[in-house]
Ligand binder design. Structure first.
Ligand code: CNA
Length: 309
């Protein structure tokens, strides 16, 4: 190549058009949000019919149920009275088999029906009624989604729930009502079936080290159809639930509503050259939901729903 050609090549590289559209917005084909803020997210939500909510204990703290990890108020900071080797032991099967009493003492406090659903639970019910929701994946064992009137087929209880319990020896099923009533008088639940030698009855909540319920495996199907992901009130510290946000399509916008940044939002960037779909609302869940109700123009429907409950 002659000196002249090289000079020409240099010039043309330097003059490469930077107003080429693909250079301007590398995410042009997959960007669904005008801006990375709550109003833009709400505007996009209005077009959605396959929203997935991912719930954690933070959506129920305003109902009076402590979460796990909030400093000071979380259960992990308040289990001293049980003298556990570590806070997680209370939800470990091995420890439960050795000493079930701490878990049952805590269960008495946490048993559903002592609590009422929050604004956040009713917000999710509102969007279900608007046919906007595909599924609610919840880590919570408090049943408040059901108590808010959301039908069971919309909810995946990823970590089980107190709705039923089973004898660990003969697998006889017990209802929550039975467990609740028994725990009013007893400290530990034992199987009452005649043929059974009195095995421990464990509520069907998933302990560390146990398999997740079969229904959780629906996630592949649900998340591949999801058009909008909303993660609320969770530290995203428990796998495999914490990995679910990675299972949505590449163009699916994701909103985190939480007191602190968690999961992939920890590396959150407000730079639209780097981020085209992650939005954060650092807020109380209930306050954020009230904002969304307004932005979605659903105030009247929400008032009506709250009046009914
Ligand atoms: P966690 O690890 O305690 O995290 C809770 C997250 O929510 C934290 O990031 C908090 O900052 C945040 N948070 C707390 N309150 C609010 C609020 N009002 N508004 C916004 N953010 C808030 O709890 P995870 O759910 O992430 O952990 C998973 C465990 C918790 C699951 O296995 C559950 O079974 C278990 N759990 C459930 C309940 C329940 O059913 N209500 C209660 C306690 C623990």
């Amino acid at each position: 190549m002659s000196q002249f050609d090289i000079q020409n090549l240099d010039n043309s590289i330097q003059n490469l058009s930077l107003d080429d559209e693909t250079v301007q917005d590398p995410f042009k084909d997959i960007r669904k949000l005008e801006k990375l803020d709550l109003p833009s997210f709400a505007k996009y939500m209005k077009t959605c019919s396959n929203i997935i909510f991912m719930n954690g204990a933070g959506i129920s703290t305003s109902a009076g149920i402590p979460d796990f990890r909030s400093p000071g108020t979380g259960l992990y900071d308040n289990l001293q009275k049980y003298n556990l080797p570590n806070p997680q032991s209370i939800f470990e099967l091995d420890y439960f088999l050795k000493d079930p009493e701490p878990f049952f003492t805590l269960s008495k406090e946490l048993m559903p029906s002592n609590f009422k659903p929050t604004i956040t639970h009713y917000f999710q019910k509102l969007l279900v009624d608007q046919q906007m929701v595909r599924k609610i994946y919840t880590q919570n064992i408090d049943n408040l989604e059901l108590m808010a009137g959301i039908s069971n087929d919309k909810i995946i209880h990823a970590h089980g729930s107190f709705r039923t319990g089973h004898c660990l020896e003969c697998r006889t099923e017990y209802t929550m009502e039975w467990m609740k009533k028994k725990l009013e008088k007893e400290n530990i639940l034992y199987c009452e079936k005649e043929e059974c030698s009195g095995g421990l009855v464990k509520p069907d909540i998933v302990f560390f080290g146990e398999c997740l319920p079969n229904e959780f495996m629906n996630f592949r199907h649900d998340f591949s159809e999801c058009d909008c992901l909303i993660v609320m009130g969770t530290s995203l510290k428990v796998a495999p639930f914490s990995k679910l946000p990675l299972a949505v399509k590449i163009d699916c916008p994701k909103l985190l509503i939480n007191r602190d940044l968690v999961g992939e939002w920890q590396n959150y960037s407000t730079n639209t050259d780097k981020n085209y779909r992650l939005v954060v609302e650092l807020n109380e869940c209930d306050a954020a939901c009230l904002k969304l109700v307004k932005l979605l123009d659903l105030e009247k429907d929400f008032e009506k729903l709250l009046r009914k409950n």
